[in-house]
Design a protein around this ligand. Structure first.
Ligand SMILES: [Mg+2]
Length: 392
């Protein structure tokens, strides 16, 4: 059996261009779907996949670990830069889809079978609608409360917000008060039974991340995400040790060694590996084993397209430490028209029952994808009051 081609299909979905990866084989009708979406780097990832295809076309798609090693290690440069690791991830996910289809079982069965009956999901405020999640002003705490109530009315028992503004390396009370007001409004709106998450987007310095963490600690957040840059392992560890809210990080981390350093320094309690960036399902399973050794929970990053969601769910059904699946459902109104999924979502509680189809259980509608060709993503640039560059 041989891989005959690796194709990319780009689907513009407002906030991001979904990059679907289709790995074809010489067996009639046998192919796999992956995803390698990387906002603002669409052309780079598509090019990187073309480069990797030179290595793996003609090879046996069943040798997934061997192909992963080739893609990561060959041609001298290692594959942990974000563009190449995303490209590797897209191909690797598709290879696992092929493996499941060949065996006639969901991918979860290849990894030891299901460890749970259903997977919990959470949404972004506004369901992932770009304006609601990223652009709700922190001067309008009531809007945060209203969007929180809407998420619960939609059936979710957990949601995530961007309630921490961009700040310079050190700032005074004002941003802290804004963040606290937004979180208080959300807590008031939904009560204590609902889990609230705050994503700092690694905007703060470690010093500011610590301040935000302490101010928000009394509100019982489910987790406190990226309170500083993921490279600042000592900063993450300091914040995680100083607050009772679990720190989450990992969506921009692309090597096993970097995860090792974060875990060994207790930089987080929740690992947000991104299966479409970290090296695919092959790498995700290694990172999960490492997290397990530290009793660090898993909540993979997943604001992307439908193949990423299917991969996260299939993975989550096999990992005891997997807490919850990140989802967006209102990023584009035609989301469900691009894909047929093998799993089912129960509207009450937004829990997912397992996929019963082979592989990832999904089929991408290529004609629908073709209706949404590449467009440049909206640039998201942050400058502080004095004109210096900040983090989005
Ligand atoms: Mg995040």
């Amino acid at each position: 059996m041989k891989i005959t081609a690796v194709e990319t299909l780009v689907c513009h979905a407002r906030m991001r261009n979904w990059i679907f990866v289709k790995v074809l084989t010489d067996q009639p009708g046998l192919y796999g779907w992956g995803e390698a979406t990387l906002e603002w780097h669409t052309r780079g990832v598509v090019g990187a996949i073309e480069d990797l295809a030179e290595l793996i076309v003609g090879e046996d798609p069943r040798r997934i670990e061997h192909l992963w090693q080739m893609m990561f290690r060959q041609h001298f440069w290692h594959g942990h830069g974000i563009i190449r690791s995303t490209a590797i991830s897209g191909i690797d996910i598709a290879l696992w889809d092929i493996a499941g289809k060949l065996a006639g079982v969901p991918c979860s069965q290849l990894w030891g079978g299901r460890v749970r009956d259903w997977v919990r999901t959470y949404c972004h405020l506004g369901g992932g609608r770009m304006e609601d999640f990223y652009e709700t002003s922190l001067d309008d705490a009531k809007a945060f409360g209203d969007l929180a109530a809407a998420a619960v009315a939609d059936g979710f028992t957990a949601f995530k917000s961007m309630a921490v503004p961009p700040t310079m390396p050190i700032e005074g009370l004002r941003p802290l008060r804004l963040a606290e007001a937004a979180v208080a409004a959300m807590r008031d709106a939904v009560g204590d039974e609902i889990d609230i998450m705050v994503d700092c987007h690694a905007r703060p310095s470690p010093a500011m991340g610590l301040k935000f963490g302490k101010v928000l600690d009394p509100y019982g957040l489910y987790f406190f995400e990226e309170p500083c840059w993921p490279e600042a392992v000592d900063g993450l560890a300091m914040i995680n040790a100083a607050i009772s809210t679990p720190v989450a990080t990992g969506e921009r981390v692309t090597s096993l060694a970097a995860f090792r350093d974060i875990f060994a320094n207790r930089g987080c309690e929740v690992c947000q590996l991104d299966i479409t960036h970290c090296g695919g399902l092959t790498a995700a399973r290694r990172i999960a084993a490492l997290a397990d050794a530290h009793q660090i929970a898993l909540a993979p990053h997943n604001p992307q397209g439908p193949v990423s969601t299917a991969a996260s769910l299939e993975f989550g059904f096999t990992q005891a430490g997997y807490l919850i699946c990140e989802t967006v459902h209102a990023d584009v109104p035609w989301r469900s028209e691009v894909v047929r999924e093998g799993f089912t979502v129960e509207p009450a509680g937004r829990i997912v029952r397992p996929n019963t189809k082979p592989g990832l259980g999904i089929e991408i509608d290529e004609a629908e994808v073709a209706r949404h060709p590449f467009e440049q993503e909206t640039l998201q640039r942050v400058f502080y009051r004095d004109g210096a560059v900040g983090d989005w």
